[in-house]
Design a protein around this ligand. Structure first.
Ligand code: ADP
Ligand code: MG
Length: 425
């Protein structure tokens, strides 16, 4: 596989020789210089290669696939067929990409449509009609697209592009099969583009299954922006809410996100915040679509100052001017730490990130510090909260949190674990 490590770029958008109408759209949107992933990916896509693009959140992946796709669509006759299918994990992202398409395409007449499920039956008929008439670019969530495909009226015989954005997130959400099913409906010989923030093993498999002699364009995971001030509190589980409320009261934030890894913790945190008189909204994958949309809108417009969220929103959704990110727990994947705190201090603003670390998460946080090559300041707990545990990232995960008790597994390290899974038959 051809592979390219992207470093820096001096290219201007003019060097990419895009259609003049697209250049006008770029100008109207205030884009002057392509980001590194754009400069590297766009020429390959224009030259019809399949592509695997890996770069973290905020690096400009959307335009990296939209611009060359739209450029190529402008070269083909408008025959009322779908030319590009963009598959994304969430409704929010579908809408965001649809808006970007409208922005870039303002002077082009390239049509787009977002299809994302959750809506009413009326909505479904509207989508059906639009699919039958064939918007140039259709942006979909996997489940909803399959519902339409299964009914048989979608014609993808002229499809030139199948694009998967946030492919890693889709795999995390269990969409592998859905993606393969969608791809089986698409024209053979179309160009396939896969974009992702991370490259876990299952992504490699998906890339292998979907891409044909692809080019890989990969940006190294950059460390969190230097203008994000990172710190942490080492706490016991029962101290978390009080510390959280304390931070938020002290900072009096206009716009902040509190991340948790588990859906059920979201509700617990929301309750604690509301009890403390702090206004907040929540967003997790089991929320109704309209509710999610309302909350995101309120948050964007600063009517809702605080958002409690699972990692679903930490990638992909582009919200400017978030002042503070609080990790209510240490994210399960080290890279997600970078993604979560990448939500703040965009566009060279200042931001702050706090992480609450319980004893079971110390080791994982130690790995995060290694990844970002930085020791994050551990702050003293507020006086009212009492003493917390001592930070010791070399500490192996323990049950119960008693400092001196060792679990059996650790003290007899030579032995292989036995029982259900260790036994040979
Ligand atoms: P990603 O998908 O990699 O997370 P996005 O495509 O959402 O990143 O882009 C992040 C932000 O950067 C968006 O607000 C987008 O409008 C902006 N952006 C992207 N490319 C450029 C560019 N070349 N010039 C200026 N702003 C850009
Ligand atoms: Mg994106």
């Amino acid at each position: 596989m051809e592979k390219e490590e992207v470093l820096e770029t001096q290219t201007s958008f003019f060097d990419l020789e895009l259609h003049p109408d697209l250049e006008d759209g770029l100008e109207a949107m205030g884009f002057q210089t392509p980001t590194p992933i754009q400069a590297a990916a766009i020429p390959h896509i224009l030259s019809k290669k399949d592509l695997l693009g890996i770069a973290q959140t905020g690096t400009g992946k959307t335009a990296a696939f939209l611009l060359p796709t739209m450029d190529r669509i402008l070269d083909t006759p408008d025959n009322g067929k779908v030319k590009a299918l963009v598959v994304v994990p969430t409704r929010e992202l579908a809408m965001q990409i649809d808006q970007a398409t409208e922005g870039f395409g303002y002077y082009t007449g390239v049509s787009s449509l977002a299809i994302y499920g959750g809506g009413t039956g009326k909505e479904f008929s509207r989508e059906k009609k639009a699919l039958e008439q064939g918007a140039d670019i259709v942006i979909v969530t996997p489940g909803r697209m399959l519902s339409h495909l299964n009914l048989g009226y979608v014609d993808l015989s002229e499809l030139e592009f199948l694009i998967l954005d946030e492919a890693d997130r889709m795999l995390d959400m269990g969409f592998h099969q859905d993606i393969m099913r969608i791809s089986s409906h698409c024209k053979k010989g179309r160009q396939t583009l896969l974009f992702s923030a991370t490259m876990p093993e299952k992504m490699r498999r998906l890339a292998h299954d979907l891409l044909n002699d692809p080019v890989t364009v990969q940006l190294a995971l950059s460390k969190p922006a230097a203008n994000v001030k990172q710190s942490a509190y080492v706490v016991f589980e029962h101290q978390k809410d009080e510390v959280l409320v304390n931070i938020l009261r002290k900072k009096n934030v206009e716009s902040g996100i509190i991340f948790t890894s588990r859906k059920k913790t979201v509700n617990q945190v929301v309750r604690a915040l509301r009890k403390a008189g702090l206004k907040c909204g929540k967003i997790s994958s089991d929320l109704k679509q309209e509710e999610r949309e309302d909350v995101m809108l309120g948050f964007r417009q600063k009517k809702i100052p605080l958002l409690v969220a699972t990692d679903v929103v930490s990638r992909g959704i582009d919200i400017d001017s978030i002042e503070i990110v609080i990790n209510y727990d240490v994210p399960p994947n080290e890279e997600d730490y970078v993604h979560r705190i990448g939500r703040t201090a965009r566009a060279s603003r200042k931001g702050e990130a706090f992480t609450l670390i319980v004893p079971d998460d110390m080791q994982r946080f130690g790995r995060i510090e290694k990844l970002i090559e930085k020791t994050v300041d551990k702050l003293d707990l507020p006086e009212t909260v009492g003493d917390g545990p001592k930070y010791d990232p070399s500490n192996v995960k323990r049950r119960g949190g008693f400092k001196n008790r060792r679990s059996n597994k650790q003290s007899c390290g030579k032995k292989k674990p036995r029982g259900k899974y260790g036994k040979k038959r």
